[in-house]
Design a protein around this ligand. Structure first.
Ligand code: ATP
Ligand code: MG
Length: 566
């Protein structure tokens, strides 16, 4: 193949790696269906956003950026029963944190109740909607099944005048909840049940957080949503696969309501993660049962929880990109999310020494009452992070498992007679340990080689182990929380009775960790690599200067292998 041909091929190939949504948008722009791109994220303010919503946010926002278009954040607050303004603020904060900038493009679906009502009247006048007297139960009976067509509603052929009067009366509050509904007049024999004269308005004598008592009729989702999109001049209304069967109704609504250049619905597969709990119902139960510490418990995957755990927007962006956009449902391994945060923090975070399970190390030949200052690089991969000073003295802390009195083969850390490197400090030879009356090790002893300052070999002799340490006197005390998946990998997410099968080891609290003094006064959302122990962040909820609390974001190692990108 000539160079020229190769170039053409790779140019040809480039667009193929675009996802199916981009392809559809490209096509629309090419054919002049739209001359711009305008997307939206439409959460219902009835709970906290989770990692799946992050996918939708970043997908919609990303498309608006890619095509130099616009992005709306719209609260789908048409349902007066479940919505809370508390969630509105939390969702706004989460969307902002993810970097999806909605600026002044913040909307509330309830602001279109007038337009929805007018559209309903328009449909009645066109003979495309009618008031029904059927009860919910009768409605089900008349609906038919997947194999049988539905039956016509006895009210289906009411006159336009009668329908207008009845709908007006519904609006005026003449009917009780459930007594009357407004139905679209489409096709009771349609193979698609969604098209069998769906209800578009119901009576509900409820106040709404935004419109108060103005309305006692409320639009149904399938009628409201396309109108919201059309009112905002959205071009591509991106939603999840379960709405695929609703698309004909979406198209019907915008057509019959006579919107010019109406939006187009495109569906993609939801993001599912293994070994996590995303269902609002289950999270609510975990919160109520006190199994987790609120919706932002770091073991959960709400965006608030991920933020508290120490995930960064960049890591979530990377994760969503790796997941890709697909038309078929599948689950993604939680380990991939961990891979993304590790990759992101590797070069960003300063390294620090922190002892999670402290045991004292006494350097017997170090002068009593003396101390010195050593300098340590913050991150060898990123010199821009500079360096910090460490205090070294006679009494230090090391990890309890970095000493063994009787080591197994291939154990290269502290044991009597063995020499190791104390990171950034000195070579130290272990001489033994002290025990209490029960045989517990209470201190390890060693002697240092003053010639090895900085951890460098004075005479070319080698040590096989390098361990971390902190100076005992200047160390700060902290609580450190370690996490595992909240759900037991082996046993599945839910028990037979529907309760969550909680992993008993999902949270380990270490109350008395010893941290190097440079960590004094750090604040959330700062994060660090604690050498050999993982990435940790300051807990935004419980950490105080007097009682610092750190969360382990992720450990340093994993068996996760990035899948090949197709
Ligand atoms: P509910 O069960 O209350 O309907 P929901 O998760 O669908 O909850 P919405 O507020 O309706 O919550 O969702 C807002 C947007 O996020 C919708 O466009 C929805 O399709 C999308 N979304 C929800 N869950 C996921 C997911 N797991 N992956 C990708 N997108 C999602
Ligand atoms: Mg929903």
């Amino acid at each position: 193949m000539s160079e020229e041909v190769k170039e053409m091929v790779s140019e040809e190939e480039a667009p193929i790696s675009r996802n199916f949504i981009e392809n559809a948008i490209d096509q629309d722009l090419k054919e002049g269906v739209y001359d711009h791109v305008h997307t939206r994220f439409p959460p219902e303010p009835n709970g906290y956003l989770h990692i799946g919503h992050a996918k939708s946010i970043l997908l919609n926002y990303g498309l608006s950026q890619e095509y130099n278009g616009k992005f709306n954040l719209r609260f789908d607050d048409t349902n007066p029963t479940k919505e809370k303004s508390e969630f509105v603020e939390a969702i706004k904060a989460d969307v902002k944190w993810l970097g999806a900038d909605f600026e002044d493009r913040l909307f509330f679906a309830s602001n279109y109740f007038d337009q929805m009502y007018e559209n309903a009247v328009k449909l009645i006048k066109k003979g495309k909607a009618y008031v029904s007297d059927l009860t919910a139960e009768q409605m089900r009976e008349y609906r038919g099944t997947l194999t049988e067509p539905g039956k016509e509603d006895p009210s289906r052929n009411r006159s336009v005048e009668e329908n207008l009067r009845l709908f007006e009366e519904m609006k005026e509050g003449k009917y009780a909840d459930g007594e009357k509904t407004l139905r679209a007049r489409i096709d009771m024999a349609s193979p698609n049940i969604n098209m069998r004269d769906p209800i578009i308005y119901r009576v509900a004598h409820m106040s709404h957080q935004n419109t108060g008592d103005k309305w006692c009729i409320y639009p149904m989702y399938d009628f409201a949503h396309p109108i919201e999109d059309a009112e905002e001049k959205i071009t591509h209304s991106i939603c999840t696969l379960e709405f695929e069967d609703h698309r004909p109704l979406y198209d019907w609504v915008v057509k019959e309501c006579e919107y010019v250049n109406p939006p187009r619905q495109i569906e993609f597969a939801k993001l599912y993660l293994t070994n996590v709990v995303t269902g609002k119902r289950y999270i609510k139960k975990l919160v109520e049962d006190g199994i987790v510490d609120g919706w932002d418990d770091p073991r959960l995957v709400s965006i608030a929880a991920l933020r508290r755990r120490g995930f960064t927007p960049e890591s979530i962006k990377k994760f969503v990109e790796l997941c890709g956009v697909s038309k078929s449902n599948s689950s993604t391994d939680y380990a991939m999310l961990e891979y993304c945060i590790r990759e992101d923090l590797k070069a960003k975070d300063a390294r620090r020494m922190a002892i999670l399970h402290p045991v004292k190390l006494i350097i017997d030949n170090y002068p009593e009452g003396q101390s010195e200052t050593l300098t340590a690089e913050n991150n060898l991969e990123n010199p821009e992070l500079g360096s910090r000073e460490l205090t070294f003295s006679k009494e230090l802390y090391i990890e309890a498992d970095d000493f063994m009195e009787e080591p197994p083969k291939k154990y290269f850390r502290m044991f009597p007679g063995n020499e190791v490197r104390l990171m950034h400090a000195y070579f130290v030879k272990c001489t033994g340990c002290d025990k209490d009356e029960n045989g517990n090790i209470i201190a390890v002893h060693g002697t240092y080689d003053p010639e090895s300052r900085g951890g460098n070999s004075p005479d070319g002799r080698k040590v096989k182990g390098t361990i971390h340490w902190v100076d005992a006197k200047s160390a700060i005390r902290a609580e450190v929380r370690l996490y595992e998946n909240i759900v037991d990998e082996e046993k599945g997410v839910y028990n037979e009775d529907g309760s969550v099968n909680v992993n008993p080891n999902s949270l380990t609290v270490l109350k008395d960790c010893a941290l190097e003094a440079s960590l004094a006064g750090v604040k959330a959302p700062e994060s660090f690599q604690f050498v050999r122990n993982g990435f940790f962040c300051v807990d935004s909820k419980d950490s105080t200067p007097e009682h610092p609390v750190f969360n382990r974001i992720v450990s340093l190692k994993s068996s996760f292998v990035l899948p090949k990108q197709g």
